[in-house]
Design a protein around this ligand. Sequence first.
Ligand SMILES: [Zn+2]
Length: 183
Amino acid sequence: MSRKFALAGAVALALTLTLTPLAAGTASAAVEQEAAVTTVYYSTASAPTFRSVINAGAANWNRSVTNVRLVERNSGASLRYTEGNDPRGSYAQTNGHGSGTIFIDYTQARQYNPTRIAAHETGHALGLPDHYSGPCSELMSGGGPGPSCTNAVPNSAERSRVNQLWANGLAAATSAEQRVYGF
Ligand SMILES: [Zn+2]
């Protein structure tokens, strides 16, 4: 009997939490949508060598943007990091909205700053394209500025663009196809 009441209580609580924003009216609903943060879960289970640099790159993004948050969780992750040897180098295969696979190449990670590689590829998963002609201060210039570039933090334009892309949460993601981007 107590279990039944506990369940009923949980349902009532869930309904209360769900209905409260609607009761608050359209003005505050718009504010809540603006403030909504989408969480992207990522797995490092298949990239154990680079776990610390992947997490450092994710932390750089989390400090830089407000509408999306990257959280490491190996079960049920939509974004998976992998590692190995590939003559094409590192790449991201992603829909640009938090789903896909990021591959980090061993050889490239010895030549270039591995945190920059991880943060750059993560930028693709957050919706940014490559811009190899950009300066080192631009994360999505990737390998363009050469191996001496160690910047792993997005610039202000990149931060703004990601916040803009994630302003409406996951809704914009549903029709996006997967594409492959390099470093
Ligand atoms: Zn790239």
